[in-house]
Write a protein that binds this ligand. Structure first.
Ligand SMILES: Cc1cc2nc3c(=O)[nH]c(=O)nc-3n(C[C@H](O)[C@H](O)[C@H](O)COP(=O)(O)OP(=O)(O)OC[C@H]3O[C@@H](n4cnc5c(N)ncnc54)[C@H](O)[C@@H]3O)c2cc1C
Length: 300
């Protein structure tokens, strides 16, 4: 008999539950229990993993009682988003919709409303899935990641935060506190594209693009690709091809060849083979860049 290990109410492991009320309290618990502890945010990744015994933490540190972690606020450097901000809040936030609409678009593409009402932006990044939609969007937006630990606060460009599949730059005792998403340049257009098995499923490929036009030519250009390598990546070669050129079909097609070339061949892709990902990444990047160009033209 096959046992369904996911759709069950049973979490088949014992653990001690902690609910710290401050960052320092959370850090002390994480420092004390190290590898035995797991942070709980929305639980939409962690709980299914515990049900499947992919992870068996002895201590659960629920960080939801640390109120400052759920902020979304405008600062001179960009929009500050706390790690505990719900995906639904990111999708619907008026500030995010106005200043960085692509982030709201990416958040709105995740799972169902129920998942977005539970899942957090920090959990999406720290789960470090290659297909995490917020990761690709934040890469294209060149966000800064904020971390807190016993030595105080640290920050990294998001590209340095990903260490590969299921791994991020967090030392023992550290937690992610949030992000600063810089305001895109004046007149920027942006778009997020994704394909999955179903609308509610995680991405087989996702692409995010942010660009500006100057005199009809592409000026600033940032393209990120997800679910095609162990962690989301920036497609620097495609960005370089596009910069300083008019976005004609020929130029876009030439740049998209470099997107497809970024798909890392792996023996076992569970959701789709490399060739599918190559073709989809090319097509989705074409759509994302095309939509971003149209938006930038309207802003001129
Ligand atoms: C039905 C379903 C559909 C889904 N669809 C999508 C989808 O379309 N796209 C997508 O990208 N994802 C999808 N997901 C995955 C998931 O919902 C998201 O990744 C979500 O953002 C995870 O956030 P969370 O708050 O629930 O994380 P949790 O499950 O609470 O945590 C995830 C991991 O991150 C760690 N963690 C959490 N917060 C922090 C922190 N502040 N500092 C350090 N570590 C931390 C936890 O210890 C855990 O290891 C789906 C999940 C389900 C169940």
């Amino acid at each position: 008999m096959t046992i369904n290990k996911v759709n069950t109410h049973i979490v088949p492991i014992e653990f001690e539950y902690h609910a710290p009320g401050s960052l320092d309290e959370a850090v002390a618990l994480l420092e004390k229990y190290g590898e035995d502890a797991k942070i709980l945010a929305g639980g939409t990744d962690l709980i299914p993993h515990m049900k499947q015994r992919k992870t068996e933490p002895k201590h659960i540190v629920n960080i939801k009682k640390i109120p400052e972690l759920a902020c979304i606020e405008e600062t001179p450097d960009g929009i500050k988003i706390g790690a505990l901000a719900k995906l639904r809040a990111v999708e619907l936030s008026p500030q995010i919709r106005e200043k960085v609409p692509m982030l709201s678009e990416a958040a709105g593409s995740i799972g169902s409303v129920q998942i977005r009402n539970l899942g957090t932006i920090g959990g999406n990044i720290c789960n470090a899935s290659p297909s995490a939609d917020m990761a690709t969007a934040l890469m294209a937006l060149e966000a800064t990641v904020h971390v807190y630990g016993k030595d105080g606060a640290k920050e990294y460009p998001i590209a340095e935060f990903f260490q590969g599949r299921s791994d991020v730059s967090l030392e023992r005792g550290e937690l992610l506190t949030g992000f600063t998403v810089p305001y895109p340049p004046e007149g920027a257009g942006s778009a997020f594209e994704k394909v999955g098995w179903t609308t509610f499923d995680i991405a087989t490929v996702n692409v995010a693009a942010v660009l500006t036009l100057k005199g009809g030519k592409i000026d600033h250009c940032s393209i990120a690709l997800g679910a095609c390598s162990p962690a989301p990546i920036k497609v620097a070669l495609a960005e370089e091809i596009l910069k300083g050129k008019e976005p004609t079909d020929e130029v876009l097609e030439e740049a998209m060849e470099f997107v497809a070339a970024c798909v890392e061949p792996r023996k076992r892709w569970r959701r789709a083979p490399p060739e599918y990902r190559r073709r989809s990444s090319q097509a989705l990047a074409m759509d994302a860049v095309g939509r971003a160009v149209e938006q930038a033209r309207r802003h001129q």
